[in-house]
Design a protein around this ligand. Sequence first.
Ligand code: GLA
Length: 389
Amino acid sequence: MSLNHIIDVYKSAFGKEPAYVSMAPGRIEFLGNHTDYNGGCVMGATLNMGVYAAISERDDTKIRLTSASHGNTPIVEASLDNLVPFGAGRNSWANYPLGVLKVLIDEGAKAERGFDIAFWSDLPSGAGLSSSAAIELASAKVMSIFYEKEINDPVHLARIGRLAENTFVGLPCGILDQGTSAHGRKDHLVFIDCREESFHTYPLSEGTSFWVFNTHKKHSLVDSLYAQRHDECMQARDTLQKTYNNIEHLCDLTAPQVEACELDLPAASFKRAIHVTNENERVKRAAALLASGKSHAVGELMFQSHESSKTLFENSIPELDFLVDALKGKDGVLGARLTGGGFGGAVVAWADQNFTEVTAQSICDVYNDAYGRAPVVHHIETGDGARML
Ligand code: GLA
């Protein structure tokens, strides 16, 4: 169905059949908020929705890109001879695939011919389910096979996506989104130790599933606020290295070690560092608890994570707090928290079978009474990681 759809999108944009098609899933961040670029641990899960990419060759060095995800985007043109990012504006979405292409070329891909590439996504937009990592990984799969060097190693795939985002798009993200999209597995959580770049999957507790409540609210400065949080964490790390000179990342420390240096740190950096170090411990604890089937205790850690994001990392918004509070104590809800970078977006709830559509709808109704616009709720199915179709 989705395969047919991306092929139709391709044919109507370029008037020919694609040679290769790939898919990379979106992700939810289960636990571990802003721990990834601090060398900590994080857990995500892949959805059965994501970004589809289709490609075929050209006999010149032109690159033509189109995306049918949100209405028909006009074709964007670039060239192999001069790969530079577009500035902010309506073509800027193309920086994700072009960034991947640049990384592949830097790694030695023999890019002599250009291509026509089309994208289509069935991910709900603006929900913080990482369509950006999905477009990067779908691009990396389909472009690498196009240039006859298919990347099958998920660790390599995730690195390419992150590098494209850090260096070409210009966002200092960690490896959570790309790592999850590359390693995802249906009915599993992906545990990432970002310091080691090691990945493990854990089966999701039986009978549990995810619900995403999308507020459709987004801070207008979301990217620069993300970068600001990143800088505050790096500032904390640099200062703490004067006391703990053998550390490389903030997450090499524990919260008590950070507390001992409170006076050395600006107030904001101190709060960020306490959040990040405690959050890292929560993720490790959750992994151990999941292995022994203690879902309720894991869910409690999700609530604690949200509270910490709200008060210490200060990347929540009142609408997300409202939803988490409304979910707390509802029949079947194990845990709930903001998911992803924050400053808007969505709340993810982890629930067992006692949580129903009716309860989800009642939460949307009280939210609507408070904010005058209901959130959009999705009962999510998990799916496998990035792949060729
Ligand atoms: C975004 C980034 C990730 C991660 C999360 C916050 O999703 O892309 O790398 O930092 O925010 O945990």
